[in-house]
Design a protein around this ligand. Sequence first.
Ligand SMILES: C[S@@+](CC[C@H](N)C(=O)[O-])C[C@H]1O[C@@H](n2cnc3c(N)ncnc32)[C@H](O)[C@@H]1O
Length: 225
Amino acid sequence: MSSTLQSDAVASTLNRLLTAEDKQDLAAEWAAAGVDLGGEFPVGMSAAEMAERTKDIIMSVSREGGRLLYLLTRAVKARTVVEFGTSFGISTLYLAAAVRDNGGGQVITTELQQEKARRATENFAAAGLGDLVDLRLGDARETLRDLPEVDLVLLDGWLDLRLPILRIVEPRLRPGALVVVDDVDLDIGRGVYEEFRDYINDPANGYFSLTLPVHQGVQLALKLG
Ligand SMILES: C[S@@+](CC[C@H](N)C(=O)[O-])C[C@H]1O[C@@H](n2cnc3c(N)ncnc32)[C@H](O)[C@@H]1O
């Protein structure tokens, strides 16, 4: 039995997007967008303004990170996946391929920037996975308030919002659900993850957590029963 990830439509869509991402000079792109990645966080602008300024930058999970998402989604047999931060939909494609191979379900993903959401929707259609994706345009602090029971959540939107978004999604996480957080080892000269790590590592909050050395660090947390 083959994986949807290997189907021509998904593989070619991912390859096109990841190749375009490889060609970017990320540091230069962020600087041109007026965001100083070495500065203080939050960066002195709203989430929406930062999304607007960076709307042409592809900033996806790594290839390995995407394969890890596929593997984890398959392993927990997830039918309902939630994602904070769609961008061009690269991670969403890995998640949706896995949900399809689990027998069907949905990936609820959310993006603040309209043009990115439009381009992501085109990418889902090109990959033949559009029927599995519920893309909610708007601020995750609003769009993720209405959720069914969740099997896996990927937190990949702006760094300072990951804990607030986890707290919004948390009541819908089933026991055994996975929380996946990308880029936790990113050296951006700020302690933006400390609050998140303190929360997820406090046994009182009901998670078992580990960080994997995949690309710039992927944190996994299991929601305990
Ligand atoms: C690192 S990118 C996501 C990459 C994507 N997961 C992938 O692997 O292709 C972060 C995205 O989150 C979006 N974002 C940031 N804050 C948001 C918010 N409050 N609500 C919805 N989307 C948000 C940004 O516009 C940006 O496109």
